[in-house]
Ligand binder design. Sequence first.
Ligand SMILES: C[S@@+](CC[C@H](N)C(=O)[O-])C[C@H]1O[C@@H](n2cnc3c(N)ncnc32)[C@H](O)[C@@H]1O
Length: 359
Amino acid sequence: MTAVRRTEAAFGGFSSQGIGIGRLVRFAWFTANYQLAARRIKPLDPPAPLPAAMPDRATLIRALFGLLREDRANVRAGLYPPPDDATPAPAQWLREARAFFADLPNVDARRRQDTGNRDLRRAPPAEIGDLSGLPSYYTQNFHFQTDGYLSARSAALYDYQIDVLFSGGADAMRRLCLPPLVESLGRRGDRAPWVLDLACGTGRTGRSIKQRWPAAHLVPVDLSLPYLAAAQANLAGMRRVHPICANGERLPFADDSFDAVTCVFTFHELPPKIRRTVAGEIRRILRPGGRFVLVDSLQAGDDPALDPLLEFFPRFYHEPYFKSYMSADLVGLFARAGLVPVETHSGFLAKRVVCDKPA
Ligand SMILES: C[S@@+](CC[C@H](N)C(=O)[O-])C[C@H]1O[C@@H](n2cnc3c(N)ncnc32)[C@H](O)[C@@H]1O
């Protein structure tokens, strides 16, 4: 433990107490990957100007460890079972690191190309070919990732890329959606609720929902068939999982169908008008008294020490709608859609917004 204390002091004085060794190993692995990736990418020409007062490493680690501590306390309080990502998986990490670093030069090259090359319509991934049914805001290389959301290769790389970006804390941020679900579904007492995970990606949130409520009917929805296939693989062996490929703007479900809806890390990738449409759809498909939990990026002012990082993020990672998201009034957005705000809460670089549909 002395080595741990010495490391804490060297990084600027934060405490790793209450986090647990598994989460600490994960943090160390993905932070080392981040440092290595930062060394492998070439500096931009001209260099991307850094905002003044970027948070230092200790500030970021303190924020992440705060979230990890809360996550562990939630497990200890019995809110949800010990998660997969609290156990180190070295063989899997090594395999995925190899693929991540092999693809990194492609991501880096895209970062330095002109903006036109961020649009997938110029060169659609072969396995999709026809992009005509997809909205134009969607057919972009978000985060400069290879093939956008439109190939199995992209889906296979995605989770690892996100964990490198967030020092291994991505799933802990996703799990911010669980406590408000525990409260709402518990109040109703239904052991087999219907839960929709909108824009499910590779199914990480859905997996923790099913681990918490094994009898629940989970409906993972995404516009990307390859990501939906990855979600199915992630949820393999779990019963009552009904994946659907659909656009969140027009959900193929009757009014009042779901007890709860979650949506994680997606609203910041939608244009403002589409956010309003999707919010309306969420309200429509929730049953009266049902709960919606959004988990997404922190916004300006949530943690002022981290604001400069939020300013920098869309410039370096191609997030075309992030600037408008940063200052969007999310509570007002959902209230105007007919949902009643219940709570907001933040952890590390994420925040949750909880709303109920009036009973
Ligand atoms: C940043 S990823 C987040 C994925 C996942 N929720 C997570 O926690 O990693 C955004 C996801 O939203 C999906 N998406 C974007 N726009 C969508 C839309 N209009 N309808 C359905 N899915 C959409 C993408 O395909 C992608 O899987």
